[in-house]
Design a protein around this ligand. Structure first.
Ligand code: DOR
Length: 429
């Protein structure tokens, strides 16, 4: 299959250019001002913007165990609709993705569905119980480029030390869920004026930053890379910034809700559980710090932390409901609307935070850029179109999002994965 994209505005992390793009057999064959070659399909992209396929380092696909909430097929469809051509799924499933055969099955099922690459993230500890390490080499062999006990932090610092040591040998990346559970103490929202006013059990911001600090010190001591998931507080950002200046191999992600929403939104929405997430929504200071950290590179990338939950569970009272939001279908438009249109980030930064940097962090060669020889994973976007997040249009099996009704700029029109069109907004293919 040969696809020729004409007159595109290509956005790479370091440059913007007008050109044609020829895709042949899953690769970008040519990028040039005018390409006049035969193709099976020609896409006229005048006025449209082309990004390298987005990469989401942090997704929950709920399989095995909770296929009523999401599965590889529905999650892949949501990814394709959001422009994601590679997604990494967390192992907090039931059973956990903590062994070679389970991880292999996830990757194979992803290939069978064929709408996006699905990379399993293996658990760090068996059953994610925080006691005994999993077999890192076997998990790596099964396709796990990264390992995490996401959903819970590794309490035992010695276990994390061993995990970091073995990660070097097994060429895997440790992704840390930073939460001191003795401080978060089963809280439901960020500790502050609102939690006190309503007597809601709460999580102080230092529940995150104390573990950020511990993890960075371990990574520095062992000289091993570590990646910090869903960073949400100003205090964590300060610690990461200082560590990066000292040359520590630490990378970090945040999620769109941490630069858009705060604990005020929890109150304004009458404690609707669709505003409950872990780490919890912070305050204006945190939002400003996260934006600054994205701008200056302290935070390397944006992941969705796509966390589907059933309607029945999200309808429980705020304190009893599970944490988490879905995010794959809205991430691009949320970032474009809240960061690029408002002048916080440049359009090239979208390419950096959603494609180039995640590819670098995960060691994915030959992707994350629209360049000759790179993989034919592309997203064609109409930046001038606006849309509204509507329940009935969500393709994920779960609909738990605080962004229902949000009016957003920028529509993903076409997603090309491995040289094939896997999503088109006109026919929702
Ligand atoms: O809000 C969250 N939901 N945070 C997590 O760390 C886990 C996730 C989930 O699995 O639902």
């Amino acid at each position: 299959m040969r696809i020729l994209i004409k007159n595109a505005t290509i956005i790479n992390s370091d440059k913007k250019e007008e050109a044609d793009i020829l895709l042949v057999k899953g690769k970008i064959e040519k990028v040039a001002k005018k390409i006049n070659e035969k193709a099976d399909k020609i896409i006229e992209a005048k006025g449209k913007t082309v990004f390298p396929g987005f990469i989401d380092m942090h997704v929950h696909l709920r399989t095995p165990g909770r296929e009523d909430e999401e599965d590889i097929s529905s999650g892949s469809m949501a990814a394709a609709k959001g422009g994601f051509t590679k997604i990494f799924c967390m192992p907090n499933t039931n059973p956990a993705i903590d062994n070679e055969s389970c991880a292999k099955w996830i990757a194979e099922e992803g290939r069978r569905v064929g709408k996006t690459d699905v990379y399993p993230i293996g658990a760090i500890s068996k059953a994610r119980a925080g006691k005994e390490l999993t077999e890192f080499v076997a998990l790596r062999r099964a396709g796990c480029l990264s390992l995490s006990d996401d959903g819970t932090a590794i309490k035992d610092s010695l276990l994390l030390r061993r995990a970091l040591e073995y990660s070097k040998m097994s060429e895997t990346l440790i992704i840390s869920h930073c939460e001191d559970t003795s401080l978060s103490n089963k809280g439901s929202m960020r500790e502050g004026a609102i939690s006190s006013k309503y007597g809601i059990s709460a999580i102080p911001d230092i529940a995150e930053s104390t573990i950020v600090s511990r993890d960075i010190q371990l990574a520095q001591f062992l000289r091993v890379p570590i990646h910090l998931a869903h960073i949400s507080t100003a205090k964590s950002v300060d610690i990461i910034r200082r560590a990066k200046k000292q040359g520590v191999k630490v990378t970090a992600e945040t999620a769109p809700h941490y630069f858009i929403l705060s604990a005020d939104d929890v109150e304004k929405n009458a404690f609707d559980s669709n505003f409950k997430v872990n780490p919890p929504l912070g305050d204006e200071k945190d939002i400003e710090a996260i934006k600054k950290a994205l701008k200056d590179g302290t935070i390397d990338c944006i992941a969705t932390d796509h966390a589907p939950h059933s309607k029945a569970e999200k309808e429980l009272p705020f304190e009893n409901a599970p944490f988490g939001f879905i995010g794959l279908e809205f991430a691009f438009s949320l970032i474009y609307t809240h960061l690029v249109v408002k002048g916080v980030l440049s359009i090239e930064d979208i390419s950096k935070k959603l494609s180039f940097n995640p590819a670098q962090i995960l060691g994915l060669k030959g992707c994350g850029k629209v360049e000759e020889g790179f993989c034919a994973d592309l997203v064609i976007v109409d930046l001038d179109k606006k849309w509204e997040v509507r329940h009935k249009e969500i393709v994920s099996k779960s609909k738990n999002t605080p962004f229902l009704g949000a009016k957003l700029n920028g529509v993903v029109e076409t997603t090309i994965y491995n040289g094939k069109i896997v999503y088109n907004s006109k026919n929702e293919s």
